[in-house]
Design a protein around this ligand. Structure first.
Ligand code: HEM
Length: 300
């Protein structure tokens, strides 16, 4: 019997001894009725536009290890794309008081972040001489200029006008980053939700200049304490608080693994984006996204 592709007889030849067929092989494909002719239907590669995705790796150096560097960044950007998609959905659901949907999306964002934390292990196999071989080809390009990363930071409340500048030459990207800069963050939306649920939040935190980074507030801490002191009475807000802590926890780990990997690979050399390198990334470890949710733990 011919296989659907019209190749050969479909006979299983086994392992060479002529008796037991090897696991897998043509027999399994035939028995399972797998679709093999894609001359008319959409295939896996068509659906995923793999021609485009897999032809987007263009090493500039002759060095073998540059492929790792490119793939690591591109896969991170793909995961960031999904993170943004989920974060945007979560913010919209919080604003619409649809918390179960928002929880589902936020849980996914945290798992993506964890996935990116583990991804540093792959890049950690790059040694200093390997990186030095490709460094001259990178010019000033740096993750610092990642528009998607900046949108995530802004959506999580770490606003900074200076971070708009790297995108000034790309009107399309600038518009997206600017929109995130000007919009209420996820945390801002959660505080408005708390107010709607009858937990008093200071007015200055409910309507403010959203372009300003979030600053810790005793009134907001008191609001969260009300929730955490009686979880049963405010179960979904309590769950929201923990979802946010989960997310920030994973983000902190990502920042930490980044700076450690960078120190391992380039030591204390300056970054391609022009900062002091490790010194800049260490400062970023001090960023706190949802300050009251951390501060209240001391008081419980
Ligand atoms: C060996 C590999 C890497 C090195 C040596 C490195 C180094 C650096 C340095 C020194 C900075 C500070 C800005 C600068 O002066 O360039 C930075 C920022 C950044 N890098 Fe990396 N990095 C590496 C891999 C990655 C990867 C795989 C990603 C994933 C997308 C990434 C994302 C970022 C982001 C988003 C920033 C901005 C962080 C912020 O502003 O808080 N980096 N990197």
């Amino acid at each position: 019997m011919s296989c659907p592709m019209g190749h050969g007889t479909g006979a299983v030849t086994g392992t060479g001894a002529g008796d037991t067929p090897a696991p897998g092989g043509e027999a399994i494909v035939r028995e399972e009725g797998a679709q093999l002719d894609f001359s008319k239907d959409m295939s896996y590669g068509d659906y995923l536009h793999l021609d485009k995705v897999l032809s987007a790796q263009h090493p500039l150096s002759p060095d073998h290890n540059e492929m790792l560097f490119i793939v690591q960044h591109q896969t991170s950007e793909l995961w960031m794309k999904l993170m943004l998609h989920e974060l945007q959905g979560a913010v919209a659901h919080v604003a619409a008081d649809q918390l179960p949907e928002a929880f589902k999306m936020l849980a996914r964002v945290s798992r993506i972040m964890e996935q990116l934390v583990h991804a540093w292990d792959v890049l950690g196999t790059m040694t200093p001489p390997e990186y030095s071989a490709i460094r001259p080809y990178l010019s000033n390009s740096s993750g610092f200029q990642s528009a998607q990363y900046r949108r995530i930071e802004f959506m999580l409340g770490n606003k900074n006008a200076a971070m708009l500048k790297p995108h000034a030459h790309r009107a399309d990207l600038l518009a997206q980053v600017q929109a995130a800069y000007e919009a209420p963050s996820l945390y801002d939306e959660v505080l408005r939700l708390m107010q709607r649920r009858g937990i008093a939040v200071p007015a200055a935190r409910l309507d403010r200049d959203w372009t300003q980074p979030y600053a810790a507030d005793d009134g907001v801490k008191a609001a969260w304490l009300e929730v955490y002191r009686d979880p049963k009475a405010h179960w979904d807000l309590y769950q929201m608080g923990e979802e946010l802590v989960d997310l920030e926890d994973a983000f902190r780990l990502w920042r930490f693994r980044h700076v450690t990997t960078v120190e391992r690979v380039i030591g204390f050399k300056r970054g391609t984006g022009g900062t002091g390198g490790v010194s800049y990334l260490r400062k970023m470890l001090d960023v706190v996204l949802f300050p009251e949710l951390w501060a209240l733990r001391t008081e419980l």
